[in-house]
Each structure stands twice: as C-alpha cells, then as structure tokens.
Write a protein that binds this ligand. Structure first.
Ligand code: ZN
Length: 78
C-alpha cells in the first residue's frame, strides 16, 4: 500500500515538475509583447492605435489597423 502511494507521488511529481518549469520560463520572453504593442496609424481618422488592441483588416495582401470597427468598415467600404 505504501509503495503504491510512493509510486503515485513520484508519478505526480514527474507530471507536475515539467509543467512548473515551463511556466517559470515564460516571462523570459517579453520581446513578443513589445513588438505587439507598437503603434500603428489608422488610415481613416489618422489616429495612432496600439497594434495589439487595434481592429485589423486584410486589404490587398496587406494588413491594415484601425481604431474601431467603424473606421475599418469605412475603409473597406462596407
Ligand atoms: Zn479610426
């Protein structure tokens, strides 16, 4: 009975430890966030918006960023 418990504990540790280690490594890469937070210009109202929060639309093989759905719709003519 004790052996079964020990095996269970070891199995849980083997399963949990790699997950914890992976989580600890995540904050080591903040570069992606910095890139995602660059400012982009709304071509309709000419406001600068944070890219990660902007409304994006694909236009002519290019991605355009807008401050709102209204500006995006105005740009695409919807
Ligand atoms: Zn706008």
């Amino acid at each position: 009975m004790r052996l079964a418990l020990l095996v269970l504990v070891v199995a849980v540790l083997l399963f949990v430890l790699p997950t914890l280690l992976r989580r600890l490594r995540v904050p080591a890469a903040p570069r992606v966030d910095a890139l995602a937070d660059e400012l982009v210009k709304d071509p309709v109202c000419r406001t600068y918006v944070v890219k990660s929060r902007a409304v994006s639309r694909a236009a002519g093989g290019d991605t355009r960023y807008f401050c709102s759905d209204e500006c995006a719709d105005r740009f695409t003519g919807e």
